[in-house]
Design a protein around this ligand. Structure first.
Ligand code: SF4
Ligand code: SF4
Length: 506
């Protein structure tokens, strides 16, 4: 019996070790090799962060991939069946805390616990934290928690401490605090801060899995209490219903009675502990397998060229892993103009440089969003930036657009787009080329810049002409709404803002 119990705990350490090593290796490879998953695409919590945006419009929050939704589905199925089993057997960050907990045991020889009342109060922190993160992510459409995420900081350690400090200073501090705390108090992050744990704790109210205690054979030795990493009072309850239980089975394996005083149940029926473990791993890996077979377990997402080919290319598709030449080709803009608009010295940054590597070459912090904003300016497209604020002033925007429009058709180092990329010359889906405007059409004053936020009524008022003239100039149907912003009707009428600007400039 003892041998079998040891095997289960050995299996748990192997399982956690495999997932932890796989996670670490992937995050290192992400920095070195093309098309490797990022930490953002490997965390199930990303699925929750993007859920609202996905349900509302089928779109994902920036940096989130379809894989996040598959991981989320997997962890929800697992949560309903086995509560927080994921954290006891699979979670890479749980494994990292476990390693530091083990180091702490070796160093201090004593297991510490937070005073009961304080511990109970602190455990509630993760719930408002979850609500806050989800609310702000859903309303801003960005991964608001990313700079504070200790797992993201850990996943970028291979880029060097200076780089992690520049991007994840708060996350790095939290990581260090959590790992130091883990040497004293087991699973501190899981207990108090993990927002994903909060979600699964809620699901944990309805799991099919429970650990039960047979009081007639219990000798009240309290070994189960002492080994529980989540500090659950196992020895005093008949059934462990705590949503904090991570299904690690440490209590079951520590119980010294040979009469199955602590035993595992599934849907009310007594089931071998090993069977629970197999079911848990099978549910998780099975869900990932189904995701892979159906093509949904996509950790990387389509490239810019793929998006351009599909005609769905958007400025938001630009990522830190996109290269300068890939962006110029896909969006059909001059590479030189793109460097210029982003205020980057092209002599220091080769075209095949990834945006995330640009900062190191130009000696300053450089965000991918700077290129998105520069590109939006070049294309004359409205883009409010990752944080919802466009740094360029209107004057700068007009000047940049004019510069772009004055650029020679084939400048010295222009990158000709591939045939696949040619259709997508803007952030919106492609529209047919506009026919010529009829005689007597509206003449647009120099310097007037058409914006996607404008309505036909706005333009007519600004130019002091009838709305029909504006509609004619833009070659739009006569019955089109004059009070809806142009950018909101592009899908309905199949135009792009670039095409409208061209028609306007004619
Ligand atoms: S109650 Fe048992 S299975 Fe649950 S976390 Fe504690 S030791 Fe692990
Ligand atoms: S370890 Fe077993 S015998 Fe000891 S208190 Fe817990 S359930 Fe009872």
């Amino acid at each position: 019996m003892a041998r079998k119990i040891e095997k289960i705990q050995l299996g748990r350490r192997i399982s956690l070790g495999v997932f932890f090593v796989a996670f670490t290796v992937l995050t290192i490879l992400h920095q070195k090799v093309e098309n490797m998953p990022s930490v953002d695409s490997l965390c199930p919590f990303g699925g929750i962060e993007t859920l609202f945006k996905y349900i509302a419009g089928g779109e994902l929050v920036k940096k989130i991939m379809p894989s996040n939704l598959v991981l989320l589905v997997a962890i929800i199925i697992l949560g309903v069946a086995l509560s927080r089993f994921f954290f006891g057997w699979i979670c890479a960050f749980g494994a990292l805390q476990g390693i530091f907990g083990w180091i702490g045991k070796k160093l201090f020889k004593k297991r510490r616990t937070v005073p009961k009342k304080l511990d109970q109060a602190l455990r509630w922190i993760k719930y408002p934290l979850l609500v806050g993160i989800v609310y702000f992510t859903w309303t801003t459409g960005t991964l608001i928690i990313r700079p504070y995420d200790p797992l993201a900081a850990y996943a970028h350690l291979s880029t060097g401490i200076a780089s992690v400090w520049a991007e994840f200073a708060v996350g790095l501090v939290i990581l260090i605090v959590v790992l130091v705390l883990s040497t004293l108090y087991e699973r501190a992050f899981c207990k108090y801060l993990c927002p994903l744990g909060a979600v699964i704790s809620i699901l944990g109210r309805i799991p099919l899995f429970r650990i039960k205690r047979e009081s007639s054979t219990c000798i009240s030795c309290s070994k189960c209490d002492r080994v529980c990493p989540m500090n659950i009072d196992v020895s005093t309850v008949k059934t462990i219903t705590s949503p904090e239980c991570i299904g690690c089975m440490e209590c079951v394996t520590a119980c010294p009675t040979k009469k199955s005083t602590l035993y595992t149940t599934l849907a009310g029926k007594k089931v071998k502990t090993g069977t629970i473990v197999i079911v848990g791993l099978a549910i998780y890996l099975g869900a990932l397998g189904v995701g892979a077979l159906t093509g949904k377990l996509d950790f990387v997402g389509p490239s810019l060229t793929d998006e351009a080919t599909k005609g769905t290319l958007k400025i938001e598709d630009i990522r830190g892993s996109s290269t300068w030449e890939e962006i110029a080709e896909s969006f059909n803009v001059s590479l030189i103009e793109l460097y210029k608009a982003a205020n980057v010295d092209e002599t220091k940054v080769p075209p095949d440089t990834k945006l995330k590597d640009t900062g190191a070459l130009i000696g300053r912090t450089f965000e991918a969003d700077e290129v998105r904003i520069a590109l939006a300016t070049l294309l004359g497209i409205s883009y409010s930036g990752e944080n919802g604020t466009t740094p360029s002033s209107p004057v700068q925007t007009v000047q940049a657009v004019e510069t772009a429009q004055r650029a020679p058709a084939v400048p010295e180092k222009i990158i000709e787009p591939t045939e696949a990329a040619k259709p997508a010359t803007s952030a919106e889906p492609v529209a047919p080329v506009a026919p010529a405007v009829s005689e007597g059409a509206l003449a647009v004053p120099e310097g007037f810049v058409l914006e996607g936020t404008m309505t036909i009524k706005d333009i007519a008022t600004a130019l002091n002409v009838p709305e029909a003239k504006v509609i004619e100039k833009l070659q739009l149907p006569a019955d089109i709404s004059v009070t809806t912003p142009l950018r909101d009707m592009k899908d309905q009428y199949g135009y792009t803002m670039t095409a409208l600007k061209e028609r306007f400039a004619q």
